[in-house]
Design a protein around this ligand. Sequence first.
Ligand code: TYD
Ligand code: MG
Length: 471
Amino acid sequence: MAKRPASFICQICGAAYPRWQGKCDSCGAWNSIAEEQGGQSALPVAQRTERKGRIFPLEGLAGTSEDAPRTVSAIAEFDRVTGGGLVPGSVLLIGGDPGIGKSTLLIQASAALAESGHRVIYVSGEEAVAQVRLRAGRLGLAGAAVELAAETNVEDIVATLSAGRAPALVVVDSIQTMWTETAESAPGTVTQVRSSAQLLIRYAKKAGAAVILVGHVTKDGQIAGPRVVEHMVDAVLSFEGDGAHRFRILRAQKNRFGPTDEIGVFEMTGLGLREVANPSELFLANRDRSAPGTAVYAGMEGSRPVLVEIQALVVPTSLGTPRRAVVGWDPSRLSMVLAVLEARCGVKLGGHDVHLNVAGGFRISEPAADLAVAAALVSSLTGAVLPAEDVYFGELSLTGAIRPVAHTVARLKEAAKLGFQGAMVPPMLASDPLPSDNALSIRPAATLADLVAGIAARAPRRAPQAATEEG
Ligand code: TYD
Ligand code: MG
């Protein structure tokens, strides 16, 4: 058979070109196009159109279908993110920075499943069997009946998997190390990753086994290789955290069998990952209650309330353009809060550097944090310490009004449970009555100006400054 012509494929988005070029027209990336051999279809063009299509029955939306059955791992934080356990025949892609703990998480999940009598196979393309064993030994899981292999050829892997009793779970660590004979390019290239994923997905559907693929991420946090793999799989999870902090967050980015806003919280310890059932306690540990510039935000992650501390530092700038540094929140949201503070409340921060940090390395994606951020900013600027037993939540509108947010009751309940006594919240909606056992003192703020006035009233008198002016 004649060798199929080479084509040039963007390693980021998978777009194909007849010749090399420096920039991908499709995704705009530079220097991402590499030469790869071979196309997609094994059949020559002439034969492709000859087969007559099979006629299949069409069905209506009404009718009964059972809920997908689930294989529960008993690691509650993991099961929560998958939507209540692994669905047989589904394929899950899990991405994360190198060293974040993906392999550790998956060997722990594998051991937990094996413990409850399921057949679990762990295929590592990155580490030798001895290394995986060593890690399992350190985690105290050496006794678990997980079957290990260090292999990278997908045909061999699928053949081995198909030979025995169908496993409940197969872990493939990582998809970038896999290669298949059907594609001629080097392992790690788009074609290889895509073809390998395709074969493993086909195996999962056929055997009814859940397959978890580990995916590397690039510097900017994307799962390396073609985005198409993300479209092919049933769920995409990311495992996040930063090296400086011990805790890790498992987040669903896409899930055909469950919600995408749930998170699982883990703590990396010397004995592997430990589940954190109450993340708020962890995020609020070591809080400095007497310093200005901190406010506790009552947030929601999926169905779970999470309280975190927001820290702001506002200092006069020595630069022409003041600095705006944000960790754990959306910088454009900060710009918006600063603009509303200036336009609607006369709080001018144009001559100040602003640093904002979400304590503990947590990342907030909800707009409901606006009110807590504004409170921390005004507190830092005025030197007024906010009451340590208060929480804040509410979304800011450009007019300066505070908008209601969802899950008011859950947020208040969590705050009360953790010993908080007050809450500054958006004006209450009729549909959102207070919890019947509410013990918090609720202070609704209709506008940002209400908040600023309240904090300014607590600010210390600037006596030393006044003295220098007189003297
Ligand atoms: P690993 O699971 O190999 O990360 P990934 O597969 O995402 O690349 O995790 C490696 C890191 O986790 C390593 O830096 C050491 C740390 N670690 C612990 O702190 N405690 C442990 O018990 C284990 C197994 C790893
Ligand atoms: Mg690993």
